[in-house]
Each structure stands twice: as structure tokens, then as C-alpha cells.
Design a protein around this ligand. Structure first.
Ligand SMILES: Cc1cc2nc3c(=O)[nH]c(=O)nc-3n(C[C@H](O)[C@H](O)[C@H](O)COP(=O)(O)OP(=O)(O)OC[C@H]3O[C@@H](n4cnc5c(N)ncnc54)[C@H](O)[C@@H]3O)c2cc1C
Length: 400
């Protein structure tokens, strides 16, 4: 008898498996219908020995010390600040739009102050900012919107930005300084030996059994368990009772090129040309040295694996119906991006999973007298290295 059946071995499922096994002494069966752990963050060495992210580039960034400290128990980090260029008018320009983007695009030499005035002069006032189009045009005007955003958004979502929630583009800032980093979070780093190795360390515990190539429906009713943690699609769990929750998918075309460097930035976005949205060169992310280089093209698709929930009001309403069913389902806890129909970054899903663990503990679902066994990394150097008992976990008394 397992205490927990955990469906999905991505961040949501793996964090909970680790916490329940290590910190609460629970017996956990972790299953995934894919043939690997790590969910969408899975990485592996390709036939040429290059480390690639199977489901597109995953860059870790967070402002949460708690999340960073927690994951640092399972990996060392490689400092990495992500940078993206957009191919516009034959130039490769920094994105998010900053001072250099505008100066290079228009052959100007504006100062930060002058750029603010420039944006103010081209911005089109909008009384009620409702759509993604409104967000951009009210900040930087129609021309920049058309050069940088309109085509990319159309390709990505197969919807015009005027049909998409303001929240989609609100994620992309515009800067008046020369900061060309894609993210500004306090912690920005990549797992030194990759995500999969980090997951392996996380799940290496005698209380955790892993079954791959297994859909939970294949074993439901056959393998006994007390509670379920479910990180798969919530509509699928309920047999699509109210209809399908819409997702946008991607097709990844991986390639190895026979040269050391393929492009001048980790990611190049193509808002206006080509059917793909962007090209990533993995060596920038992984720091790997190799005579060849691995790249991936992303082609947005209507069908395929569910990647991006489509943020439109009618979809939120549909999700609310499934959420009500989920809340009324005893002994099943829904967690992660598919089970809560929300685009979450990896750190947000980690935080959500840690919060669920705390909730289960507070509700005493986990049981009394079970104590925290993993102590915080107290060395304060933030590199996440600590001595351990060999499997990355500390013993019950907290010693290594
Ligand atoms: C292209 C792309 C790029 C991204 N880039 C970044 C980035 O740079 N930085 C960042 O922080 N985040 C990024 N993300 C988001 C990141 O992928 C998610 O935050 C993270 O994967 C969520 O983890 P999860 O455990 O909720 O879901 P998942 O990783 O999807 O894991 C869910 C798992 O459940 C399994 N499953 C589902 N149903 C069943 C079933 N019935 N039975 C058995 N198993 C099942 C699936 O096979 C899957 O492995 C990106 C996402 C995409 C799509």
C-alpha cells in the first residue's frame, strides 16, 4: 500500500514526492506516462553528446529565496543571465525593447530621458487596457507594436493580440535603460549538470518508487494508495465532462550544426519571418564546450502536447467549473500547470508544490510526529553545495 500516488514527474509531482518521502516518511509511487522524469524541464544528451532541452529552452529564474534554497539541495548552479534578440528589419535587436533597441533600429543616439519622451510621443492613449494590443500600443505605439509584437503573437497563439487578454503581453517589459537581460530576478542560474540530474537527485530515496510509461488510469484500481496528487490535465481527469480546455502546442525541431557557434545570442525571435517563432542555441544555456552545436526551432501548433493555456475569459470560466469539481473530489490534490490550467514558470510550480505540502502537513493529512529531515543549506554561500549521505538527502537527525 502506497501512502501517495503521484501522477506526473515534473516539478509539481517530483517536489511533492521528495517532500512526502523525505520529510514525512511517506511511501510514494510516482508515475509518468512519458518515458522520463522531469516533465517539460527534461534535458538529455543527444546523439552528438550535446545537452539539449527536449521541450524547448528552460531558463531558471526566481525572486524566491525559499525556492532557490530548496532546489539548491539537489543541484549546484551555473550562473546564467538569459539574453534574447529579435530579428527586425534585417537587424538583431535586444528584446525586451530597451535604449539600444530603439537607437539601433532608427539610427538614433537618444538618452534614457529622451527615450521616455520618444515613447510618450508615439504611445496611443487607451482608456481601458483590455487586450494585448492595448497594452503595447498604449505604451510604445503602433509601429513598434507591429515590428516586434503583432506577428510573433499571431504566430504563437494564432490569434491577433486584439483577441488576447492583456496579461499575455503584460509579461514583456519595455525599458529605457541599456539592460538587455531577459529576466531581472534575484536568482538566475542553470542546474550545473542539467535538470534531469537535479530531478534524479531529488527522487533518489528508498520511499520513492517510479513507474514510467504509465498512465494513472492503467494502474488505478490495481495498485492501492491512500491519497492521490495529480499534476496532469484537470479536464482529462474528469473525462472532459464540460469540454476540452484549450491549449496551444509547439513542435520542436532539434538540429545539430557542424560548427561551434550557430547564432550570436542564446535565443533569436522571428516576429515577422519564417513559420517558427524562435531559435535557441543550447550551448549558451548549458555552458557546454563542443565542436558542434545543438539548436531547436519552435513551431506553434493547434494540436499536440498541451503547453500554453489560452488566456481568454471563456476558458477561465470553463476552468472554474473543473476547479469546483476538483475541490469536491476527496483525497485527490490538484497541483501544477496542467491541473490548475495556468501558465506557471518552474519556480512558481515549485512554490505551489511546497505550499501544498505545507497545507497537507497543517491539515495533518501527513500525520503527527513526523519531522522535517532536510535542513536548510546553512553555508550561506548560495551555491547549494552541502555534504549529504550520498543520495542528496539528509538523515532524520539532520546530519549528513
Ligand atoms: C516551451 C516552454 C518553455 C518554457 N520555458 C520556461 C523557462 O524558461 N523558465 C521557466 O521557469 N518555465 C518555463 N516553462 C514552464 C515549465 O515548463 C513549467 O513551469 C513546468 O514544466 C511545470 O511543471 P509541472 O510539473 O506542473 O508540469 P509538467 O512539467 O508538464 O509535468 C506534468 C507531467 O505529468 C505527466 N502526466 C500528465 N497526465 C498524466 C497521466 N494521466 N498519467 C501519467 N502522467 C501524466 C506528463 O507526462 C508530465 O510529464 C516553459 C514551458 C514551455 C512549454
Amino acid at each position: 500500500m502506497f501512502d501517495y500516488l503521484i501522477v506526473g514527474a515534473g516539478f509539481a509531482g517530483s517536489v511533492l514526492a521528495e517532500r512526502l518521502a523525505v520529510s514525512a516518511g511517506k511511501k510514494v509511487l510516482l508515475i509518468d506516462r512519458r518515458n522520463h522524469i522531469g516533465g517539460n524541464a527534461y534535458d538529455h544528451y543527444n546523439d552528438d553528446g550535446l545537452l539539449v532541452h527536449k521541450y524547448g529552452p528552460h531558463i531558471f529564474h526566481t525572486n524566491s529565496h525559499h525556492v532557490f534554497e530548496y532546489l539548491s539541495r539537489f543541484t549546484e548552479w551555473r550562473p546564467y543571465e538569459h539574453r534574447v534578440r529579435a530579428s527586425v528589419d534585417g537587424l538583431l535587436l535586444p528584446i525586451p525593447i530597451n535604449l539600444d533597441t530603439i537607437n539601433e533600429l532608427y539610427g538614433l543616439s537618444l538618452t534614457s530621458f529622451e527615450l521616455k519622451e520618444f515613447f510618450a510621443s508615439v504611445a496611443e492613449p487607451c482608456e481601458h487596457v483590455r487586450t494585448s494590443e492595448d497594452v503595447v500600443i498604449s505604451k510604445i505605439g503602433r509601429e513598434l507594436y507591429e515590428k516586434f509584437f503583432k506577428g510573433y503573437t499571431k504566430k504563437q497563439w494564432d490569434l491577433d493580440p486584439s483577441e488576447l487578454d492583456a496579461s499575455v503581453i503584460a509579461r514583456v517589459p519595455t525599458r529605457t535603460n541599456r539592460d538587455d537581460r531577459y529576466f531581472t530576478d534575484t536568482y538566475q542560474a542553470m542546474p550545473l549538470h542539467g535538470y534531469t540530474r537535479m530531478f534524479e537527485n531529488m527522487l533518489d530515496h528508498p520511499n520513492i518508487k517510479i513507474m514510467l510509461n504509465t498512465d494513472y488510469q492503467d494502474i488505478d484500481g490495481i495498485i492501492p494508495y491512500r491519497e492521490m496528487i495529480y499534476s496532469g490535465p484537470v479536464d482529462e481527469f474528469f473525462g472532459f465532462r464540460y469540454g476540452k480546455l484549450p491549449y496551444r502546442s509547439l513542435e520542436f525541431k532539434h538540429e545539430t550544426v557542424n560548427k561551434e557557434v550557430h547564432q550570436s545570442a542564446p535565443v533569436i525571435n522571428y516576429p515577422n519571418e519564417h513559420p517558427y517563432t524562435r531559435v535557441t542555441e543550447f550551448k549558451y544555456l548549458t555552458g557546454q564546450e563542443h565542436s558542434k552545436s545543438a539548436i531547436v526551432y519552435e513551431y506553434p501548433r493547434a494540436e499536440g502536447d498541451p503547453y500554453y493555456p489560452v488566456p481568454r475569459p471563456e476558458n477561465s470560466e470553463l476552468y472554474q467549473k473543473y476547479k469546483a469539481l476538483a475541490e469536491a473530489t476527496a483525497n485527490v490534490h490538484f497541483v501544477g500547470r496542467l491541473a490548475t490550467y495556468k501558465y506557471y514558470n518552474m519556480d512558481q510550480v515549485t512554490a505551489q508544490a511546497l505550499a501544498l505540502f505545507d497545507k497537507l502537513r497543517a491539515q495533518r493529512v501527513i500525520g503527527e510526529g513526523e519531522m522535517e529531515t532536510v535542513v536548510a543549506n546553512g553555508n550561506g554561500n548560495g551555491n547549494g553545495k552541502h555534504s549529504s549521505n550520498g543520495n542528496g538527502h539528509r538523515r532524520k537527525d539532520g546530519s549528513a
